[in-house]
Design a protein around this ligand. Structure first.
Ligand code: FPP
Length: 238
């Protein structure tokens, strides 16, 4: 439970890393780690909803992940379809809205259909919004934004940080207050490059399948002790 009801972050983004190592540590195939990673996704969603977080963005499949063995990619896509299908009722019960960012048309058709169905069903929910980043990378998103601006004949004078934001996949979503990466690595790996300019970063020593609701609560408590200055000096801004 969150003790401090002030300073609740509005948006948490998570790089869910360590599934493969978690499985290998137990002498199992990597996909076993991804399967158990789905339970951790459920934990994160429930904890975020209960804490009153408005947006939770999960890095589920990066542009670079297409370079993994076909067998692992197929298994991950299959897992995604199965998990979304199985969880839609749960999303409705918890007032969760599902959205995606990334190059969704590059996903297998059954995956696109399952995502679209779940997004349509949950679109009017008003609690937590869960955003799945799929076939996503920050550089892809920025290049894509520039292409759209050129196609729309946007003039140099019309380009500002605010107008640029409207061409990103995250145009209606506030920037993350917290970026969490599990898996014992401390890097960004091409995730939300534009949006994390002022995010607070957290690298808990946890492999993703072990991530619990309490872990998210503890990380939020850590966030509440940080001073955010957004480049300014002086007093804490809240
Ligand atoms: C990183 O671990 C994790 C992924 C590439 C996939 C994340 C997918 C899930 C948690 C399951 C499906 C998701 C949803 C939203 C239902 P890794 O394989 O890079 O681990 P490693 O660094 O130990 O090799």
């Amino acid at each position: 439970m969150i003790n401090n009801l002030n300073k609740i972050p509005e948006h948490i983004a998570i790089i869910m890393d360590g599934n493969g190592r978690w499985a290998e540590e137990q002498g199992k195939e990597r996909i076993f780690g991804h399967q158990n990673g789905v339970n951790a996704v459920r934990n994160a969603m429930e904890a975020a909803g209960e804490a009153g977080i408005k947006f939770l963005t999960l890095y589920a499949f990066s542009t670079e992940n297409w370079n993994r063995p076909k067998e692992e990619i197929d298994a991950l896509m299959g897992l995604l379809v199965k998990a979304i299908h199985a969880e839609t009722d749960n999303l409705m019960q918890n007032n969760v809205r599902l959205q995606t960012i990334g190059n969704i048309t590059s996903l297998p058709e059954d995956c696109q259909k399952e995502l679209q169905t779940a997004m349509d069903i949950t679109k009017d929910n008003t609690g937590l919004t869960v955003i799945l980043a799929l076939s996503y990378s920050g550089r892809w998103e920025i290049v894509n934004a520039i292409k759209m601006m050129v196609q729309n004949n946007v003039t140099v004078d019309d380009i500002t940080e605010n107008s640029f934001k409207n061409y990103l996949n995250t145009k209606n979503i506030p920037d993350p207050d917290m970026l969490i990466r599990t898996g014992r690595e401390q890097r960004i790996s091409n995730f939300l490059l534009w949006q994390i300019a002022y995010s607070e970063l957290f690298f808990p020593d946890i492999l993703w399948p072990d991530f619990t609701k309490q872990d998210l609560v503890d990380l939020i408590a850590q966030y509440q002790t940080r001073q955010r200055r957004f480049g300014k000096t002086g007093k804490q801004i809240y």
